[in-house]
Design a protein around this ligand. Sequence first.
Ligand code: COA
Length: 328
Amino acid sequence: MKKISIKGTGCYLPERIVPNSYFEKIVDTSDQWIISRTGIQERRMVLPGQALSDIALPACEKALEMAGLSACDLDLIVVGTSTPDMPTPSTGCFLQHRLGAKNAVAFDISAACPGFIYGLTIAQKFMQDGSHRHALVVGGEIISPRIDYQDRATCVLFGDGAGAVVLGHSNGDGEGEILSTEIHSDGSLWGLLNVPGGGSLHPPSKEMVEAGLHYIKMQGNEVFKHAVRFMSDAVRKVMEGCGITSRQVDWFIPHQANLRIMEAVAKQVEIPIEKVIITVHKYGNTSVATIPTALDEAFRSGQIQKGDLILTASFGAGFTWGAALFRM
Ligand code: COA
């Protein structure tokens, strides 16, 4: 089986910065509460009219440029998202067209925040037999229109963003490698975190929108507890599977939903907080985009170096969760 490595990374965060003070004006909250309970200071939001492919496109172009590849070299485009441009066609198809990736098969996956780890897993399986040589794995979300700006327990948490990686076959010889991924689902817990409206159960209608069913619904406290438990479990499994201990990990990139969740997971899996990449303070929870954007920023800034052993873990609606271990 072929080994797969990350050849390029890219991300794009919208220019519009929304500080915590914005929410102080519209709901009963405070900058101090938001920072102390979540670690979030500000987040990015798109301007009206921007679609997911608009913000994912520059992330993909940057990842291709770093990989030294052109869009025609891609065989596969996998987009993790819960907020595609349209219900159909897929945002993968929009990106294929806009990039000019004529040779790539393209599709979306709906796996909420861990969609990037799901995407890595799927792409790796396509590529291991050698039939697909280069894949683009994208995680992007425009979550700001799905937020109920009257619900203080959710509106302060989220932001928009997109990240991407280009995968290729590893030549060995100092090149990185995806060592292992773990993905899991438990649909029985769907009620704790969902967007009920807009699908076939509650199709788009005036009544559905008036009832606010197109907004994120979350039982934050319950989600918090499950997130810590499931992410820690996935991290232990992926490390055990590779015979790697937490001491060998150079950097941990957990899903950036809440600083307290990241601290709790890091403590449970015995990774010092100094090794945790943190972006939640400036971008909030960008759902499936948190890991690829954090990876790209840390790699481009030199914080993560070629050869470093990277651990990631995520958790989200479904419930879905997973972890991945790779060498850059
Ligand atoms: N400002 C001020 N008070 C707020 C608030 C806000 N923005 N949001 C909630 N509160 C209040 C609640 O109403 C509650 O008040 P009460 O005690 O009078 O009922 C109090 O704070 C405590 O609420 P609780 O939900 O227990 O707070 P928490 O410490 O669990 O923090 C979250 C809330 C949402 C920040 C936290 O639960 C969380 O991050 N959950 C997971 C989120 C997540 O990961 N989601 C996505 C997964 S991808």
